[in-house]
Design a binder for this molecule. Structure first.
Ligand SMILES: NC(=O)c1ccc[n+]([C@@H]2O[C@H](COP(=O)([O-])OP(=O)(O)OC[C@H]3O[C@@H](n4cnc5c(N)ncnc54)[C@H](OP(=O)(O)O)[C@@H]3O)[C@@H](O)[C@H]2O)c1
Length: 252
């Protein structure tokens, strides 16, 4: 299927590894020009070089998105570098793995809510007719078997926000959706750490999965890139669960 992404311009936050990197790589493979950011400058340079090697225009910046105003500036600079912006993928989370102390809650609210909203608002203000926003959520926002920590709560806050964004931007033919991954495994990622340091939890998570395994970044990128593409032209305001049926709730 041709997703119709050739020549489009996309910004993916946190595009150097894991899910964000898979989304950036897949967008480039579809012929989309791609901008990324992450904090580690060497990894940004490596990812940009790999994206360019795929034959598209690519741009990256070493940036900590937890700083207020960082996303507004990033959206502007990425659009300038790519000659416009059609797609914004908000992928960074600062809340994964945080504890339950007040400082953790503050950081989680700051990065996962305030900076995500800042990035979406900046993108919404400049995306053209046919533009698309994809926010990476989590199944923890809809089913919470874990301990009480900010991660699930701050991610859950994005679900009504993105729905309202979709409804507000609909008349401009700009779409907004969430992709909510289940547990996704990659080397250096959170589930690699769980496998190494909490083998019982890792084993229990695999046993909880009807597919008998964790997901892969590419399996989330498949969904995110589709939702970002014109092929998903009638899908907006969705919270697409991609979890191999790990969650037990029914999606009414
Ligand atoms: N992995 C999972 O199982 C899973 C499950 C459900 C949902 N998710 C969601 O998927 C998204 C991506 O998670 P992931 O596990 O693939 O990757 P990750 O290990 O969280 O890293 C994601 C990327 O974000 C960058 N990043 C992190 N903090 C940043 C900051 N403050 N400023 C700028 N860049 C930053 C990282 O690079 P630097 O470290 O160099 O900054 C990296 O490129 C998150 O929203 C997460 O909540 C993940």
């Amino acid at each position: 299927m041709d997703l119709g992404l050739k020549g489009k311009r996309a910004l993916v936050t946190g595009g150097t590894r894991g899910i964000g990197r898979a989304i950036a790589d897949q967008l480039a493979a579809e012929g989309c020009d791609v901008a990324i950011c992450a904090r580690n400058p060497d990894q940004v340079a490596e990812a940009v070089a790999a994206l360019k090697a795929a034959g598209v225009n690519a741009w990256g910046e070493a940036l900590d998105v937890s700083v207020e105003g960082s996303l507004t500036g990033l959206v502007e600079r990425a659009a300038e570098a790519l000659g416009g912006l059609d797609i914004f993928v908000s992928n960074v989370s600062g809340a994964m793995g945080l504890g339950n102390d007040p400082a953790a809650w503050k950081q989680a609210v700051e990065v996962d809510i305030l900076r995500t909203v800042e990035g979406c608002e900046a993108a919404a203000a400049r995306l053209p007719d046919g533009g698309s926003i994809v926010v990476i959520g989590t199944i923890s926002a809809v089913e919470v078997p874990g301990p009480r920590r900010p991660y699930a709560s701050v991610k859950a806050a994005l679900i009504p926000y993105v729905k309202n964004l979709a409804r507000d931007l609909g008349p401009k033919n700009i779409r907004a959706n969430i992709v909510a991954p289940g547990p996704i495994y990659f080397k250096g990622g959170v589930w690699d750490m769980v496998e190494q340091h909490m083998p019982d939890r890792f084993k229990a998570t695999i046993e909880r999965s009807p597919l008998g395994r964790l997901g892969k970044p590419d399996e989330i990128a498949n969904a995110a890139v589709f939702l970002a593409s014109p092929r998903a032209s009638y899908i907006t305001g969705a919270n697409l669960i991609c979890d191999g049926a790990v969650t037990q709730r029914v999606d009414f």
